[in-house]
Each structure stands twice: as structure tokens, then as C-alpha cells.
Write a protein that binds this ligand. Structure first.
Ligand code: S3P
Length: 419
């Protein structure tokens, strides 16, 4: 039985976070349509409200009023970012130039994730930032900021985003030069909100200023959520799935390039170009997939899709390699180990050599008594797709974590799974 049909994935999580957190630095009000309803975005919304932001549900979307960077200087405000690394890192950038003392904390998984990568550039800009051994809780004392010219060593859209957002409040221009291009939403949205970021290849320069919200914003759908069903179509004979109105920024669509390279049929119909390209994507099964080699510079454009691509690689004929995937070690779990252990438990031949992930397909499934997602939402969804491909049904521990990014995932499984 294949996955067949069309569906509308949830609003893009990365864009949703930015819409809310950037409203802290913007004037005006906006009706946001199609905002992601996931738990991670709820964490950003809770932080927005904790700082005094107003957000009210209307029949067509969420109406938010910008705070234009003005809120009372909190003597000490604790903000619980729960599981959301994006909330914590981007918010740190927003708060760095705002008077007050802010303590950003999170759950046990977030408390294990590196924050020094954000703290360091914000300190260079003049904020007082402390972490616990480089991890949360992170305390930020907002200060007047100076512009910097910074080259992060990690390819991270969250680090870039935090610096650009802090740069909006600095006394002069701030530049970030990336090691590889990461998702471009912060810079594109700053420009869409009447700010100014100049882009010169990997160097971005933000001019300080206040943003202005557009009256209406339509959130495009999330390619990283769509990826589970689009890949599901590619790996199970007879599959054909269309995801409508998804974000098609090249900084997000690396997985479609890889599926195509592996032999799936991929077609795109662009529907809009502003502020970022989006459109409808169809992926169709076109025979067994073949292994692929993914170079390190392509990794940021598919960083969140590696678990589901690893499943495609496990079912493909021949070897696949994902080079330079060390960033996976610091996601919700050590995703490299989770992929190796959980796909390995299903019979896949997965190896980690240095910073590369190697997978030898095809796989003859074996079925353990249960699988364990480690409460990693992207791994849980990958394992559900693996079990569909294996025509098996065994329990997956920590499946409820899927709500972190894709609350209606199971509904879409039912919608698209043809009987
Ligand atoms: C995100 C950036 C990526 C990605 C995460 C969302 C963002 O993280 O993995 O799911 O919205 O900026 P890094 O910046 O840590 O690479």
C-alpha cells in the first residue's frame, strides 16, 4: 500500500518562530495566516506574551501587535523555552540590546544543547551573557550594542539569526559571514518587514532600525514536515504525493535534490516568490532508489531531513554517504546515534565514520519488539514511515514528541495511506 494524494503540511516552523519573535522588534500589527500550531512555536508565542506582546486568535489567523523593541526593563524575567532551541537562540538575539535581565531556560533536552555559539557573538556586541558550561540556562543582561563583523564557525541559521536580530538594535552595521549558506528566513523577513540586510554571497550585513509588520502575512507550509510524506511516496511502490504551497527556498529544498538524484520523480510548480519562493511539490515512486552522496556544503539545506533521507538511503540500492553531519550530534538528541541505533534495530546497515554518516542499502527489515525515538520528533516520524515501508506495526517509545513540530502528522498518515 503506498502513500497517495495531496495534502497541506503545517505552516513552516522556522518562519513561524521568526514572525513572532521579530514582532518584538517591529511596529504595527499583522494578521498571520497559517502559523504553525506546533509546540515549539507555542514556546515562542509564550515568550512573546511574557514580554508583553499581544496575540489574539481570529477566524482567519493570529493577530499580533508589534512591540517595536519597547517593553519595561524587567528586573529578572524567566522565560521557559521548553524544547525549542530556535526560541532560545533567536530570543537571545532579540534581548541582547534590551535593558533588563532575562533568564532563558528549557527542558532536559534543551538543557543539553550548546548556547555558547550564540552567547559569544552577543558578548562581542556588548551584551552580558552567561551560560552553564556553555548550555542553558542562559542569562542575558541587555546593554547598548555595537556592530560587529563575525564569522561563526558552525553553519547555523539560529546563530546567524540571533546576530542579525541583535544587529537591529546596534549602534552601527553588523555583518555575519557564514561557512555555508543556511536557511535565509531571518534576512528575507527583515527585508520584507522594511528593514535592511545586504547579502553578498555568504556575507550578510544588517543596518540597525525598527521593523514594520505587514498587514497580512501568509505563512508558507513547512518543507521539513512535507519531507516525511514526499519521501514516503518515493520509497514505497505506487506512491505519489503532492504537498501544497510549501516553502521552496533553495536553503530548504536540498532533500528534494537528493530524492531526485536517488531516482524519485520530483516536480515543482511555483505559486509565489515573495518574500520567499513557494509552490506545490509532487514526488512519485519511479522504481527502487539508488544510493546518493551528499557533500558537506549541501547539509544545511537538508539538515532536518537527514533522518528521513537516511531511511530512503537504507532502502535504496547501493551505498549512500552524508558528509560533514556533525551538527546532528547537538539536535534534540544526538541524531547521528539515534539514526544508527534505531534504523540499525530495523536491520539497516548504518555506520558513522568521523563526521560522515554511511548507509549501505538495501535493507531486509528485521522487527524488534519496539523502537525508541528518544523523544526526538523527527526520528519518531521517520520510524513511523519505516514501519509503513516494512508493513509492520510495533510500538515506538516517545511518539508523542511529534507534536513538537507536526501535531497533525497522524491525521495526514491516515489521509494519504491508501487502503
Ligand atoms: C532552524 C535552524 C536549524 C534547524 C532547526 C531550525 C531555524 O538549526 O536544524 O530545526 O529555524 O533557524 P541550526 O541553526 O542549529 O542549524
Amino acid at each position: 500500500m503506498p502513500f497517495i494524494g495531496a495534502f497541506a503540511p503545517p505552516g513552516d516552523k522556522s518562519v513561524s518562530h521568526r514572525l513572532i519573535l521579530m514582532a518584538l522588534l517591529a511596529e504595527g500589527e499583522a494578521l498571520i495566516k497559517g502559523l504553525s500550531q506546533c509546540e515549539d512555536v507555542a514556546s515562542s508565542l509564550a515568550a512573546f506574551r511574557a514580554l508583553g506582546g499581544s496575540a489574539t486568535a481570529e477566524p482567519d489567523g493570529l493577530r499580533i501587535k508589534g512591540l517595536a523593541g519597547q517593553w519595561p526593563p524587567f528586573e529578572s524575567l524567566e522565560i521557559d523555552c521548553r524544547n525549542s532551541g530556535t526560541t532560545m537562540r533567536l530570543l537571545a538575539g532579540v534581548l541582547a540590546g534590551s535593558p533588563g535581565r532575562y533568564i532563558l531556560d528549557g527542558d532536559d533536552q534543551l538543557r543539553r544543547r550548546p548556547m555558547e555559539r550564540v552567547a559569544k557573538p552577543l558578548r562581542l556586541m556588548g551584551a552580558q551573557v552567561t551560560c552553564q558550561n556553555g548550555r542553558p540556562p542562559m542569562t542575558i543582561e541587555g546593554r547598548p550594542l555595537n556592530g560587529v563583523d563575525y564569522c561563526p564557525t558552525d553553519a547555523s541559521a539560529q546563530v546567524k539569526g540571533a546576530i542579525l536580530l541583535a544587529g537591529l538594535k546596534a549602534s552601527g552595521p553588523t555583518s555575519v559571514t557564514e561557512v555555508s549558506a543556511t536557511r535565509s528566513h531571518t534576512e528575507n523577513l527583515i527585508n520584507h518587514f522594511h528593514g535592511h540586510v545586504a547579502v553578498d554571497d555568504l556575507k550578510l550585513t544588517v543596518t540597525p532600525g525598527i521593523l514594520r509588520l505587514p498587514p497580512v502575512f501568509e505563512t508558507p507550509a513547512d518543507p521539513s514536515s512535507a519531507a516525511f510524506f514526499l519521501t514516503g511516496a518515493a520509497i514505497i511502490p505506487g506512491g505519489r504525493v503532492t504537498a501544497t504551497n510549501i516553502l521552496l527556498s533553495p536553503t530548504r529544498t536540498g532533500f528534494l535534490k537528493v530524492l531526485n538524484q536517488m531516482g524519485a520523480k520530483v516536480t515543482m510548480v511555483m505559486t509565489s516568490d515573495t518574500p520567499e519562493p513557494c509552490g506545490d511539490v509532487t514526488v512519485e515512486y519511479a522504481g527502487p532508489l539508488t544510493g546518493a552522496e551528499v557533500p558537506a556544503e549541501d547539509i544545511p539545506s537538508l539538515i532536518d531531513e537527514i533522518p528521513i533521507l537516511a531511511l530512503a538511503a537504507a532502502l535504496a540500492e547501493g551505498p549512500s554517504v552524508f558528509r560533514g553531519v556533525e551538527e546532528l550530534r547537538v539536535k534534540e538528541t544526538d541524531r547521528l546515534m539515534s539514526i544508527r541505533h534505531q534504523l540499525g534495530a530495523l536491520g539497516a546497515r548504518v555506520k558513522i565514520e568521523g563526521n560522515d554518516l554511511l548507509i549501505q542499502g538495501p535493507t531486509t527489515f528485521i522487527l524488534p519488539d519496539r523502537l525508541d525515538s528518544g523523544r526526538d520528533h523527527r526520528l519518531a516520524m521517520t520510524l513511523i514511515m519505516a514501519l509503513r515501508a516494512a508493513k509492520a506495526n510495533i510500538p515506538i517509545v516517545g511518539e508523542e514528541s511529534i507534536a513538537i513540530s507536526y501535531p497533525n502528522f497522524q491525521e495526514h498518515v491516515k489521509l494519504l495511506w491508501s487502503k
